[in-house]
Write a protein that binds this ligand. Structure first.
Ligand code: SF4
Length: 265
């Protein structure tokens, strides 16, 4: 696709640090850039507050887009099966489709905040022929240290939830590690309880439907002290972490993820 005067330049803000830094980075590089935020209706209050502050900083409207239906609607549509890394219907319905509708049939360049120090990830990016994807941080060699610097220099800093969680996304996101669930419990107990309500135990089949593959949220809550103790021991890896969540990001005892480019950059 060649770039013309009518090409739209779209940048999705997830509420995470990388897309926030990219929004700042691109502000003076592409004057016609349009920002958007796909709100799943299950965002953390800190994310919504950060997106508001970003809009003030950027001095440009961040279009709030959504699917028109909420998570519970799609949950019913998927026979009440919780989404998972293998069945990520939430991302498709609540993030990807609203973005594709927002783009319509226009020629679009979508800017994605994948950094130069991350492995390439292809999933959950639109493959519509009118949408071309660019990765400016990869192209320009921007790494995590640069991202931190961009955010600090802007005065925005990191989103507040990074004190207890490593990524943006829904409060119940199945990509959370155990220590992050404990963070949700301690920072937003009412959201932790709401997340619990989605978990089910089928007495007839004995099957459990839980956010975390290995444990229910009740079990994670019961292990709270052990989980916290385990993470306070992590600095023994001799890595310098500014806060607990940096240690979580480096944790290699739990499964790696291939979290999506839409929800969590
Ligand atoms: S943040 Fe997690 S739960 Fe929410 S749409 Fe993305 S993958 Fe799904």
């Amino acid at each position: 696709m060649t770039t013309s005067k009518t090409t739209r330049h779209l940048l999705g803000i997830s509420g995470g640090k990388d897309s926030a830094a990219l929004a700042i980075y691109m502000r003076d590089r592409e004057p016609n850039i349009e920002y958007f935020f796909a709100d799943t209706g299950a965002e953390l209050p800190e994310t919504l507050e950060f997106v508001d502050r970003m809009q003030d900083y950027l001095g440009k409207r961040i279009a709030r887009i959504n699917a028109g239906r909420d998570f519970d609607y799609y949950m019913k549509l998927h026979k009440n099966y919780l989404p998972s890394a293998q069945q990520r219907w939430c991302t498709i319905n609540l993030k990807l489709r609203p973005f594709e509708e927002f783009a319509g049939n226009d020629d679009v360049i979508q800017y994605v905040g994948l950094r130069a120090d991350e492995p390439q990830r292809e999933g959950y990016i639109s493959t519509k022929p009118n949408i071309q994807t660019r990765f400016p941080f990869k192209e320009d060699g921007i790494t995590i240290d640069d991202v931190r610097e961009i955010l600090e220099d802007s005065g925005l800093g990191m989103p507040k939830y990074y004190e207890w969680r490593s990524r943006s996304g829904c409060y119940f996101c199945f990509y959370q590690r155990k220590i992050e669930w404990i963070g949700l419990l301690e920072n937003h107990p009412e959201l932790f309880e709401k997340a619990k309500e989605y978990e089910k135990f089928d007495e007839q089949t004995g099957k459990r439907y839980t956010w975390s593959e290995r444990e229910s949220l009740d079990e994670i809550e019961a292990e709270k002290d052990e989980i916290k103790a385990k993470f306070t021991l992590k600095p023994s890896k001799e890595k310098k972490h500014k806060n607990l969540i940096d240690a979580v990001s480096d944790d290699d005892d739990e499964e790696d993820d291939d979290s999506c480019l839409i929800c969590m950059l």
